[in-house]
Design a protein around this ligand. Structure first.
Ligand code: ANZ
Ligand code: ZN
Length: 812
């Protein structure tokens, strides 16, 4: 077990803090590098192995980049609003503000114990009024721009959390937080118009250095489909409606149409005889989640309205059905059914005995969803499906019955929450003036402390008279405040913009400063945020760009997801399974460095894996071994006995390992491949151990070598490295040193003997490194003392090098 324990950790943490070593100064030398780890939620469980795996290795990377000359900015803060604190409060009676503050104090301590070079001066806490004032400001700006609006809509409702959820917070029909089945409720809610940015969010993602899988998930979530909207007239009526289709080429094959149960036309189109049945069907549909309704395996159901529509392309009369597999929130809430060429329509038509008509050839068996040529399609027969798409859309445009259309699956972001622990939405409701934004100079709208927050489905702030009552900023009459709070994802959608200017009380941030420091160069966090935080942040950045507050398009240039650290049993850590790893315990045993190094050595960074006590023990032994050798060598260097100045075989051998280690560690660390980087340092330790057996050593060379080794170790074991740096007699701090560069020449391990001739006669033999280039060999030959002497009164006419064998000098 390492004696490199928390005493040494504390010693250096204090020194770093006292000297302000990591203070960020944007005017400091070096290219700026904004390194960001997803900030954490201040929960009672505190920092777990997963946080450490996110923050520790990335801090090592940031330290490495600092030593390579970058001016690194690495801030840390807390995503402090949200349901967990509120739910904890409901269970225990501890006010969310109190528990959150307590948790933050504890977590700050833990983060400091990690020894990361966070820029604590730039810390931010999202539940602090100095922060959420600007979250509210952001909301007002979006409102001004028409990007925030209120509308009544069927929304996802979690009956257990007693609040609405964004689409992104519903996972397989269940609440993301508590796994309760989500239901639908018609409510007036605030939305942010992320759909205005659908196209840019989709196309610009390709330019980002992000994991391909995450890009694919976001693209899928945005879900672009190109096709057409086709207008169908209702038979015997002035009414019409449109359908969205990705297959306008199959228009001749439409045998019926289907409306979503919530489609507003349903009641009008339902004939007397069908009223009761349709009503019942609508009631049933309400109980199904969108996910269930879209499930491929679930049997499709529907009901006939009694009315008919006219297919604009051929005048054919087709029945209008209602079916819950049609979602009212996608496309137009109505579809044209082509059972011959769509699986779903085929199943439906078979079930309800509706006609099936083939319009694409190429396959006998139906449904045929693949390609082919158009048949039974009038003037369009014979052309390919691809050509048919264009031709039929053209025709529709000509007869004014449709046009091409692009749809996105992405929905506007629902941001109002009927909960207490969030930023109040800065809006006022006035009977006379309607909805009025809170004037900017009245921000923040502070969240009151004394509030009955037990959830009953109504906004807790709505029961707080003092909060609610206000005067209308427009007419001065009595008015009331909006009682909903903002989704916490609004708080985290812009926090990376606040860090560099966290103390600004005039503005959310200074545009010039932000334009200098952003985008974030490296962002690291879990993959679970692919379609929420990572999408919202991109949207907000683009919206702020369009308002002139920032000049860049994307917030996070490069993104990495760390892997998951599992319990020793290979399962996800959880309290109930009793397989959690408490970092605090291990740190008191081994110190922060061994803990961090184990995380970096034991797992592929993007893979993670199962925790192993043996693994951390062996890293502890590795650090102990390094220390034994370093201490021994430093002793010898200080004594200065048995010293030599020549570079003999043993020195050359060690020098080879020194430089090949520098080369490999540099390349691996650059790409966050910490495990192989550490493996190379283990190899180097073996070389050091071999050199230790030499009775006479080149001590100045040895010291240089150790200096390089401690530099290589520094990002990985920052406290230990500072300690050894000091022991080597070097000046504080190793983190102000330049990262070592490798010497190419030293990497050539073997030597070859070369014969040197003058006018064809061998005059000398020398040893040179085997990989040496022609010019270097020539130079070595001409500098050999015997040759210098022999050439004294001659003029060199020509030098011929036969690599690896000889050099012939022609001279007279
Ligand atoms: C006719 C058709 C024929 C279709 C065919 C497909 C194949 P994506 O790719 O997801 O955009 N659709 C349109 N609106 C819908 C809604 N609100 N709820 C459920 N389904 C809807 O899918 C678009 C296709 O899904 C559309 O193209 C439509 O069916 C259906 F051989 O129109 B298609
Ligand atoms: Zn008013």
């Amino acid at each position: 077990m390492s004696k490199y324990n928390t005493d040494i950790d504390k010693k250096w943490q204090n020194k770093w803090e006292e000297t302000g070593l990591y203070k960020f100064d944007k005017n400091k030398e070096g290219e700026k590098l904004y390194v960001l780890e997803m900030f954490s939620y201040p929960s009672g469980n505190q920092l777990h192995a997963g946080h450490w795996f996110n923050y520790g290795p990335v801090d090592s990377w940031a330290r490495f980049k600092r030593m390579r000359g970058f001016n690194v900015f690495q801030p840390m803060g807390f995503d402090a609003f949200g349901l967990p604190a509120e739910n904890f409060a409901i269970k225990t009676g501890v006010h969310p503000k109190d528990s959150t503050e307590r948790n933050i104090v504890k977590m700050e301590e833990q983060l400091k114990a990690m020894g990361a070079m966070f820029n604590w001066d730039n810390e931010l806490v999202t539940c602090d009024p100095t922060y959420y004032k600007w979250t509210q400001w952001l909301f007002l700006k979006l409102y001004e721009k028409g990007l925030a609006y209120r509308k009544k809509a069927p929304v996802n409702w979690c009956p257990s959390c007693n609040t609405v959820l964004a689409n992104e917070q519903v996972v397989d029909g269940l609440c993301e937080r508590c796994s309760t089945e989500v239901t639908k409720k018609d409510l007036t809610q605030w939305f942010l118009k992320i759909t205005d940015y659908a196209e840019e969010l989709l196309t610009k993602i390709d330019e980002l250095d992000w994991p391909e899988k995450t890009k694919a998930m976001q693209k899928h979530w945005i879900g672009k489909s190109t096709g057409a909207e086709v207008t169908f007239k209702v038979d015997n009526s002035d009414l019409d409606f449109s359908v969205f289709t990705t297959r306008p080429d199959t228009l001749f094959g439409v045998t019926y149409v289907v409306l979503a149960p919530e489609n507003e036309l349903v009641d009008t189109l339902t004939t007397e005889d069908n009223k009761e049945a349709v009503e019942n069907y609508k009631e049933e549909a309400k109980k199904q989640s969108d996910i269930e309704r879209q499930s491929i395996t679930r049997e499709k159901t529907g009901i006939f309205t009694g009315s008919y529509a006219i297919n604009p392309i051929n005048g054919r009369k087709v029945p209008i059905w209602v079916g819950d597999y049609v979602l009212n929130t996608y496309g137009t809430g109505a579809v044209m059914a082509v059972p011959a060429h769509d699986e779903r329509d085929f199943a439906f038509a078979t079930k309800y005995d509706l006609p099936i008509e083939k319009v694409i050839d190429g396959c006998e068996e139906l449904p045929h969803t693949g390609s082919g040529n158009l048949v039974n399609s009038g003037e369009f027969d014979g052309i390919t499906a691809r050509q048919g798409k264009k031709a039929i859309v053209n025709k529709l445009e000509e007869i004014k019955a449709g046009s091409s259309k692009t749809n996105y699956r992405l929905r506007d972001w629902l941001v109002s929450r009927q909960r207490y622990w969030g930023a109040p939405i800065p809006m006022i409701h006035c009977d006379k003036c309607g909805i009025v934004p809170v004037p900017e100079n009245q921000l923040p709208v502070e969240l009151p402390y004394d509030v009955e927050f037990a959830p009953d489905g109504k906004s807790p702030l709505g029961k707080c008279e003092d909060f609610l009552k206000t005067t209308c900023p427009v007419c001065g009459g009595p008015a009331h405040r909006e009682a909903d709070t903002l989704d916490t994802f609004v708080c985290s959608s812009w926090y990376y913009l606040r860090y560099p200017d966290n103390k600004n009380s005039e503005k959310a941030f200074d545009t010039d400063l932000i334009n200098e420091l952003l985008p974030v160069d490296k962002y690291v966090g879990g993959p679970e945020h692919a379609c929420m935080h990572l999408l919202y942040a991109r949207f907000i950045t683009k919206a702020l760009r369009d308002m002139g507050y920032v000049n860049f398009d994307e917030p996070f240039k490069s993104l990495t997801h760390q892997g998951l650290i599992l319990g020793p049993d290979g399962l996800k850590m959880s309290k109930s399974k009793g397989n959690t790893i408490s970092p605090d315990e291990y740190i008191s045993l081994y110190g922060a460095d061994v803990f961090r190094m184990y995380l970096m050595f034991g797992f592929g960074y993007t893979e993670g894996g199962a925790w192993s006590d043996d693994g951390i023990k062996s890293i502890g032994r590795f650090v102990d071994r390094i220390e034994r050798y370093l201490d021994g060598f430093i002793d010898e260097i200080n004594k200065g006995e048995n010293n030599k100045t020549t570079m003999d075989k043993a020195e050359k051998e060690l020098n080879f390992w020194r430089h090949s280690t520098i080369k490999a560690v540099t390349a691996d660390t650059e790409i966050l491949q910490f495990n192989t980087a550490i493996a190379r340092m283990m190899e180097f330790l073996n070389a050091l151990s071999k050199y230790s057996t030499e009775s006479v050593k080149n001590l100045s060379f040895l010291k240089e070598t150790l200096v390089d080794f401690v530099k290589l170790l520094a990002p990985f074991a920052p406290h230990f490295a500072e300690e050894k740096w000091e022991a080597l007699g070097m000046n504080f701090s190793v983190f102000n040193e330049a990262w070592p560069e490798f010497d190419k020449k030293a990497l050539v391990k073997d030597e070859v003997e070369i014969a040197i001739q003058i006018n064809g006669k061998i005059k000398a033999r020398i040893n040179v490194a085997s990989g040496l280039g022609e010019d270097e060999i020539k130079e070595a030959a001409l500098n050999t003392s015997e040759i210098v002497t022999a050439l004294e009164d001659k003029t060199v006419r020509k030098v011929i090098v036969i690599k690896g064998r000889l050099v012939n000098i022609v001279a007279n």
